[in-house]
Design a protein around this ligand. Structure first.
Ligand code: SAM
Length: 288
């Protein structure tokens, strides 16, 4: 393992540096060293990065690099690298390039033959996977879902058969609607809502999607930042799959439809006979 020495002399190049996602203590010693050694720091919002630097007693020239100014800012950063400069790339929080700007800059710096190195560290998606208690042997990071329900349902449908946990970011104000769409499309899969990670009110709520959708539709809009992790589809025989999907679909459908309409709807989507579904729907709604 290479050693980190505080006197390490930095070579010219681009350093992609992960920064805290809420807890300032998560800036690694190597990240701090590199931020203190580079000639300039490319960042999303200069005010946000200035606060991080001030907290660490570092003063450096900051250049804005975000999704709107890439074509103008990139050539300037590449020119700095071409003149033998050392540049760090950070985002407002977490690991740059993960739902954050940077991939074109990294590609162009690599293609121009500059040293490109990274300081790994906090990433909300990875931390959520560490806490969700769901399979991590295969996962698909999906960024942010679309804002509109129809597009969101198609977004989930496209991955409904993917044998991997699904990980994505969502805003607190949209999480209830998003979970409802996820439950409608994916049924009663296990999931975890990971909120305010590394912060004072850190919370992980684990349950099946139907229960989570019901919880967030009834509760007040949650506060803070959220990562959603949804477990993979269960591995089972065709018969089991049909039965499981039927149960999940029917439960979701009965929230919005009459017993008759829900049964007809689910019969169209599964191989289960309508009579069986109707009987199960009556059982599920008994006493309502
Ligand atoms: N690059 C960042 C990373 O590595 O985590 C993610 C940037 S993305 C623009 C911001 C989203 O990440 C937020 O809207 C939220 O969904 C998620 N996020 C960031 N910090 C978080 C935290 N402390 N707890 C939960 N989610 C967080």
């Amino acid at each position: 393992m290479a050693e980190f020495g505080s006197q390490q002399i930095l070579k010219p190049g681009l350093y992609v540096v992960a920064t805290p996602i809420g807890n300032l203590g998560d800036l690694s010693p190597r990240a701090k060293h590199i931020l203190a050694e580079v000639d300039m720091i490319a960042c999303e919002d200069t005010r946000v990065t200035a606060r991080l630097l001030t907290a660490n007693l570092i003063k450096k020239p900051l250049v804005p690099y975000h999704e709107h100014n890439g074509p103008v800012a990139r050539p300037k950063i590449l020119a700095k690298l071409a003149s033998g400069g050392k540049v760090a790339l950070v985002s407002d929080a977490g690991t740059p390039l993960i739902s954050d700007p940077g991939f074109k800059l990294v590609a162009e710096a690599q293609d121009a033959g500059h040293l490109v190195s990274a300081v790994p560290g906090p990433c909300a998606a990875v931390m959520a996977l560490s806490l969700a208690g769901l399979p991590t042997d295969r996962f698909l990071f999906m960024g942010f879902p679309p804002g509109k329900s129809k597009a969101r349902q198609s977004w989930f449908k496209a991955e409904a058969k993917t044998h991997a946990s699904l990980v994505f970011y969502e805003s607190a104000k949209r999480v209830a609607d998003c979970l409802k769409d996820a439950a409608d499309v994916l049924g009663a899969r296990q999931a975890a809502i990971c909120r305010e990670l590394t912060k004072r009110f850190e919370e992980v709520r684990r349950d099946n999607l139907l229960a989570l959708a019901a919880h967030y539709s009834e509760a007040d809009t949650p506060k803070g930042e959220i990562v959603v992790v949804i477990g993979p589809p269960a591995e089972h025989s065709h018969d089991d799959a049909t039965a499981l999907d039927m149960e999940a679909l029917l439960t979701a459908a009965l929230k919005h439809m009459s017993v008759k309409s829900a049964s007809a709807f689910v019969a169209e989507l599964t191989d289960v006979p309508k009579k069986t579904i109707y009987a199960r729907a009556l059982e599920l709604t008994k006493g309502r």
